[in-house]
Design a protein around this ligand. Structure first.
Ligand SMILES: CC(C)(COP(=O)(O)OP(=O)(O)OC[C@H]1O[C@@H](n2cnc3c(N)ncnc32)[C@H](O)[C@@H]1OP(=O)(O)O)[C@@H](O)C(=O)NCCC(=O)NCCS
Length: 147
């Protein structure tokens, strides 16, 4: 199994993160949006996972007062179920908790069982549902929080 490491995202990672967006999501963020969050947005914190000298996953968060709003977690299909997302989430949560963030939240598609299982393993619980939240297929969003 490939060795996976995680670190803070940098400007040089923007293209690889944007590529992963297109591979992992039906409504991917643009390169410009990724650039803004990774490079310019002072409230954003992004981490990447690397294996075999390439970026194979990333996760991001916005700090809003003492809350961490997780924007995205994604891992290349070739490297899934190797605990890359686990390493990414652990770094994201620990770093921001050490910086004073008290609660974390995220939205996830109600049918995304893998991601929901991942978040539950990290202490997230469902606190609400946004009906028909996702415009592409009308899917509900689960709102999860971790205290
Ligand atoms: C969800 C996603 C990030 C998981 O990445 P990953 O690196 O494969 O996750 P991990 O290997 O760290 O999984 C940790 C645990 O989460 C759960 N899990 C992860 N993927 C799962 C799946 N497809 N089915 C069921 N459980 C899953 C398991 O409990 C797993 O532990 P285990 O493998 O020891 O059983 C990845 O599948 C992905 O990028 N999906 C597309 C994008 C997406 O949906 N992102 C989340 C919404 S923002």
């Amino acid at each position: 199994m490939a060795e996976i490491s995680v670190r803070k995202a940098e400007e040089r990672d923007v293209q690889e993160i944007a590529f992963l967006e297109t591979v992992c999501f039906s409504d991917p963020w643009s390169v410009e949006s990724v650039y803004h969050d990774v490079v310019e947005n002072k409230l954003a914190f992004y981490v990447v996972a690397e294996a075999e000298n390439k970026v194979i996953g990333y996760a991001g968060l916005w700090s809003i007062l003492d809350e961490g709003h997780i924007t995205n977690v994604a891992v290349s299909p070739d490297y899934r179920r190797m605990h890359a997302a686990t390493l990414l989430l652990e770094m994201l949560l620990k770093t921001t908790e050490d910086a004073g963030i008290k609660r974390h939240t995220l939205e996830v598609r109600a049918g995304n069982e893998g991601a929901i299982a991942l978040y539950q393993k990290h202490g997230f619980k469902v606190f609400g549902i946004r009906k028909g939240y996702y415009r592409d297929n009308g899917e509900d969003a689960l709102i999860m929080w971790r205290e």
